[in-house]
Design a binder for this molecule. Structure first.
Ligand SMILES: *Cc1c(COP(=O)(O)O)cnc(C)c1O
Length: 471
């Protein structure tokens, strides 16, 4: 047996085409129209080598297939290299702020602002009135101040904001923090690591489930530079728990002449009062309760681009602004364009123009109607059972812990040899990819996070993914 295999394998290896043979094929003309010859040659060579390696390590391949397999591989490489690797996907997961899917989709105003700014020179740091150098801060600064009631600056993301704030306010000294708030944000990034990287020394107080004001008070000493409160974004404690209120902590900080910093995580401004989501304190309320500096994300509940906003007492914001790390963490013109447009949606009293907020606000009745319409359209395929079922959408993005909203989902129960996992992976392979979840052997589609404009493509993708193919 072994001998036959080796002989067969050698025959396959001998029939692998040479570079010239591949370059002589019709397809190669198409490749050469796209890319310089040297690049095509290197891709062809790479493809032949890859297939040789696969055959040597036991991959099955018929002699007659060798040339076409090499060509397929070259086509795949060219495809992969010449297209935008960031692909729009249809998010049917129902997770509104899905960190892996890029969190908040931008609103139309923000998209327009990015498009308008991207291909042009701009007054990013140029004062058009005087012709002198300006500051990029001005493009969002005034809106932040009007919306949260205190001046603010923008950096790359909220993790950068926390890092910068503590580096400025607590470097070389201690920052007092409750043990109940030392969270991991996701993908292994932990708040305590960020705090330590900022060169502040953590002074942990209290216990995992309960921290009292006296714990903070006793920890304050000559080394203390700041107190910090962190939003427990992605988890919730129940049972015997206790957390010190903002006001109490602010009073303590004031009496000790220390700044109180709050990492709000999501940074809720307004607009979700009607959504049924448990009310979060707004950024403005947090500041009004006596917090000196808040930090929050641009792409969570705010509904804008990735960014981190630092806002609060003017003299502290000025100090933080002067820290050299601000330069290292600054944002570009596209972020400023998108963030400013997002903030303008709030300023104009129309936060529901931001998709993340609109999705959170969509009623169960509306979702039920959409789910039933999708079910009707999918019933043309009789190979599987599909029905509308009650379920829940998730806010996600470490916004407000465990917050979910009632929704109506489309549930697909696979039939025959088609498993739920197989349907899910076919949906991912669709163009555009569709992201769905599985529960109890059913594929679930939540229309809350699907734009109405995407519904036709979603329907087509599901019909294709559930087709029982021959062979
Ligand atoms: C999400 C989150 C962060 C990180 O924000 P990014 O904008 O992703 O950097 C930090 N702290 C809290 C409490 C968060 O919820």
């Amino acid at each position: 047996m072994e001998v036959v295999n080796v002989a067969g394998r050698n025959a396959v290896l001998r029939s692998l085409p040479g570079v010239d043979e591949v370059l002589g094929s019709d397809e190669a003309l198409g490749w050469l129209a796209l890319l310089p010859r040297t690049r095509v040659v290197s891709l062809v060579r790479g493809a032949i080598e890859e297939i040789r390696t696969e055959v040597l390590s036991g991959g099955k391949l018929a002699e007659a297939e060798c040339l076409s397999r090499v060509k397929d591989r070259v086509n795949q490489s060219i495809d992969g290299l010449l297209r935008n690797p960031l692909r729009p996907v249809i998010n049917a997961s129902g997770v509104i702020l899905h960190t892996n899917l890029g969190r908040a989709p931008l609103g139309q105003m923000a998209i327009d602002a990015v498009v308008e700014t991207a291909g042009a020179y701009t007054n990013l740091e140029y004062d058009l009135a005087t012709g002198l150098r300006g500051k990029r801060d001005v493009h969002c600064g005034e809106l932040i101040e009007r919306l949260v009631g205190a001046p603010g600056i923008v950096v790359n993301n909220n993790a950068a904001a926390v890092f910068l704030v503590l580096n400025e306010l607590a470097r070389g000294g201690e920052v007092v923090v409750s043990r109940g708030e030392l969270i991991e944000i996701g993908d292994g990034f932990r708040i305590p690591d960020i705090l330590e990287a900022s060169q502040a020394i953590l002074r942990e107080v209290g216990t995992t489930n309960r921290t009292r004001i006296g714990d903070y008070r006793r920890a304050i000493g000559p080394e203390t530079k700041a107190l910090i409160r962190i939003h427990p974004s992605n988890f919730r404690q129940i049972g015997f728990t206790g957390r010190v209120s903002r006001r109490e902590l602010a009073a303590l900080a004031r009496s000790e002449s220390l700044p109180l910093v709050e990492d709000l995580g999501s940074g809720y401004l307004e607009g979700l009062e009607q959504s049924g989501i448990e009310r979060e304190p707004t950024v403005g309320e947090s500041l009004a309760a006596g917090v000196d500096i808040v930090t929050f994300s641009g792409d969570k509940l705010l509904g804008g681009p990735q960014a981190g906003i630092v806002a609060g007492r003017a003299e502290l914001v000025r100090r933080i602004r002067r820290n050299p790390l601000f330069r290292a963490l600054r944002v570009d013109k596209l972020t400023l364009a998108a963030l400013s447009a997002t903030l303008r949606a709030y300023f104009a009293g129309r936060p529901e123009e931001l998709p993340a907020l609109r999705f959170a606000l969509e009623s169960e009745e509306s979702l039920e109607g959409r789910a039933h319409r999708l079910v009707t359209r999918l019933k043309s395929n009789r190979e599987f059972q599909v029905e509308a079922v009650p379920g829940r959408s998730v806010l996600g993005g470490g916004s407000t812990p465990m917050q979910s909203l009632p929704s109506v989902l489309v549930a697909i129960r696979p039939a025959g040899r088609l498993t739920a996992g197989r349907i899910q992976s076919r949906l991912r392979a669709n163009e555009p990819p569709v992201i769905a979840r599985i529960e109890k052997d059913r594929v679930l589609l939540d229309l809350r996070t699907v734009f109405e404009l995407e519904e036709d493509r979603l329907t087509a993708a599901v019909l294709e993914a559930t087709r029982v193919r021959e062979g």
